[in-house]
Write a protein of this length. Structure first.
Length: 188
């Protein structure tokens, strides 16, 4: 039996974390087994335990990776738009789009990990990672008038409801009405 090089082992770990990040947001942490995860990247279950001490350790690393992807996305909005106010509006447009609703696996980890993190009483490291990610997202969404927490809560709540009602008129109405509420001029 051949041994895997250290470089290949690191690449296998990176692939496992990336796949877990997507699949956990798509199906939930209980909706994907270690065997299914490893099969999705062409590796064996035994390889998993050479990389991670437990599924919980992978969940924490996958959540951290997903929030890192969110950081990159937010930076790209700032770069593409030129000023933060315009970038904030563009993010709202993206977040409340049918495309974001219909692609949870590559969507916002704030929404993707919310249910699992809330239901797991021993979330520990995952909950800390999640809370730090939410705080960072809220700071990015903040304005001179507020800390961004209400905007993040509104976005996440809206996308979760829109996903839960996907395929119905209500889903579209949730996206549209939330967009109007978040982009209306102050005092309107």
């Amino acid at each position: 039996m051949s041994r895997v090089s250290q470089a290949q082992a690191l690449e296998n770990r990176r692939r496992a974390v990336a796949a877990a990040s997507q699949l956990f947001r798509e199906r939930g942490v209980n909706g994907i087994s270690v065997a299914d995860l490893m099969k999705s990247i062409g590796l064996t279950t035994g390889g998993f335990y050479k990389q991670f001490p437990s599924k919980e350790a992978l969940i924490a690393e996958a959540a951290q990776s997903a929030f890192g992807d969110l950081d990159v996305l937010l930076e790209s909005f700032d770069t593409a738009q030129g000023d933060h106010g315009t970038a904030r509006g563009a993010l709202i447009d993206y977040y409340l789009s049918p495309e974001h609703r219909d692609q949870p696996g590559t969507g916002c980890p704030t929404a993707g990990f919310a249910g699992d993190t809330a239901r797991e009483p021993t979330a520990g490291e995952v909950r800390e990672t999640y809370a730090a990610g939410v705080e960072k997202f809220a700071a990015w969404m903040s304005t001179e008038a507020d800390d961004g927490l209400a905007a993040v809560a509104t976005l996440v709540g809206a996308i979760l409801l829109a996903r839960a009602t996907a395929g119905t008129e209500l889903s579209e109405k949730i996206l549209e009405s939330t967009h109007e509420a978040l982009t209306a001029p102050p005092g309107a």
